[in-house]
Design a protein around this ligand. Structure first.
Ligand code: NAD
Length: 438
């Protein structure tokens, strides 16, 4: 099929490259000309494992193109996929202005009957609005239907997720439009769920809110574990074996971040409020997450006293491993809290340093390696569990640091190894190891 992707960001680029890989003829359209020029050279503007190779391969095969030209992007397309951002507004509701602008630009350039698919995360009723926006601009002779197909990929494993997802949700008003999108995905061999449009829109928010709830739940359990002398990692492992619960998203730490969970939980809360439903569980989920990075800071204050003028190594800046995305990253929040306490913060991340610099400027020192960040540091804070960080030899902490104290915000180091290396280790909800020198 001839497919256009509108918005060449994390979702749009991965979707476009994967559809091209399955034989579709794909054009990615974006208003960011710098991004498009980079992509035309085969260089992805974001870090996502396997994406560069997939883009290069499909550009070469002539199935993947990039443009900033509306006329070129929307001429003779079977499917148009909307993947522009829907960031949160001050009141927690999603900002639909990027979507509106993208739809307005697109509608007047459509030249044949087609289906418009919304991958952007939007509140129930938005696809009906999109349909209205399109119909007020497009040529009356054309038949354009709108289908909701929310995206579930995870940054860091986005390509794997696209080819091996748990489900593809297709919410359509007409059977024909839904069938066309199911046909587009036929070579992905991912189970398809067909629903009405509003249910599809709700599935996305309900799924993300539920996953966020699992994280805040285990973080609350971690706080209790610390006080009763239990180990949250053992508790989570035991809980996760129950198939009704499952092991995923039961990882205690400094809380969830990223471009989706914080914004989507707020948006769902706003949606509920608008229809006079008080979503009390979700309020608690968000409150727990908001204060979760403080848990690590409190440990630092208790065990080190003042952090003023002390060198602190902050390991990891991305909101999770496998991505350069720092949107709503708890690591950035932690960096700001450490700066606020007067610490000299030296940061390291394998791929997110450039993005972090845009946010943190010269308030921190950017280290070229983990070793450089740790050298002469009085405390190490682990904020992202990159393999490079979890596999870093523990003996080096002792060799490099002034005082080998590790505050592990991701519970990602092995207790037995910590004990063997005689380090002071303060994780979240685990017994930890506190050396008598402090
Ligand atoms: N990132 C994720 O992991 C993820 C997962 C599932 C769903 N989503 C949802 O998908 C949507 C996109 O998220 P993202 O992370 O890919 O966003 P992003 O910010 O990475 O990308 C959005 C892109 O849209 C472009 N854009 C903005 N206005 C445009 C316009 N008028 N015309 C064409 N392009 C335009 C931007 O330049 C940018 O390249 C959001 O609604 C998000 O909630 C994201």
């Amino acid at each position: 099929m001839k497919v256009t992707i509108t918005g060449a960001g994390y979702v749009g680029l991965v979707t476009g490259a994967c559809l091209a890989e399955r034989g579709h003829e794909v054009v990615c359209f974006d208003i960011d000309s710098e991004k498009i020029e980079q992509l035309q050279r085969g260089e992805p503007p974001i870090y996502e494992p396997g994406l560069k190779e997939l883009i290069e391969k499909n550009i070469k095969a002539g199935r993947l193109h990039f443009t900033t030209n509306c006329k070129e992007a929307y001429r003779q397309r079977d499917v148009i996929v909307l993947a522009v951002g829907t960031p949160e507004k001050e009141d927690g509701s999603p900002n639909l202005s990027y979507l509106k602008k993208a739809v307005d630009d697109m509608a007047c350039h459509i030249t044949q009957n087609c289906v418009v698919v919304t991958k952007s995360t939007v509140p129930p009723g938005t696809n009906e609005k999109i349909s209205y926006w399109i119909h007020s601009k497009k040529s009356p002779a054309l038949n354009v239907e709108v289908v909701s197909c929310p995206e579930f990929l995870r940054e860091g494993s986005a390509i794997y997720d696209t080819f091996h997802g748990d489900r593809i949700v297709i919410g359509a008003a007409s059977k024909e439009a839904g069938d066309l999108i199911q046909e587009m995905y036929k070579d992905f061999h991912v189970p398809v769920v067909r629903t009405d449009i509003r249910s599809a829109e709700m599935i996305k928010y309900a799924s993300n809110a539920f996953l966020a709830a699992k994280i805040s739940f285990i973080n609350e359990i971690a706080a209790i574990c610390e006080r009763v002398g239990a180990d949250v990692e053992e508790v989570a492992a035991g809980m996760g074996l129950d198939k009704r619960i499952g092991p995923q998203f039961l990882k205690a730490g400094i809380g969830y971040g990223g471009s989706c969970f914080p914004k989507d939980t707020k948006a769902l809360h706003h949606i509920a409020e608008k229809v006079s439903c008080r979503f009390e569980i979700l309020e608690a989920v968000m409150n727990v997450n908001d204060s979760q990075s403080e848990v690590l800071m409190n440990k630092a204050r208790t065990h080190m006293g003042s952090l003023r003028n002390k060198k602190a190594a902050l390991l990891g800046l991305a909101f999770k491993p496998g991505t350069d995305d720092i949107r709503e990253s708890q690591a950035i929040k932690l960096a700001k809290a450490l700066i606020h306490e007067g610490a000299n913060v030296h940061v390291y991340d394998p791929v997110a340093m450039e993005n972090a610099e845009k946010e943190l400027g010269n308030s921190v020192v950017y280290s070229g390696s983990m070793g450089e960040a740790l050298l002469d540091a009085e405390a190490a804070f682990i904020a992202t569990d990159w393999e490079e960080i979890t596999e870093f030899p523990l003996s080096n902490y002792k060799l490099l640091m002034k005082k080998p104290i590790i505050f592990d915000g991701r519970n990602c180091l092995q207790m037995e190894k910590i004990q063997k290396n005689d380090l002071t280790y303060l994780p979240i909800g685990r017994r930890g190891c506190i050396s008598p020198i402090i």
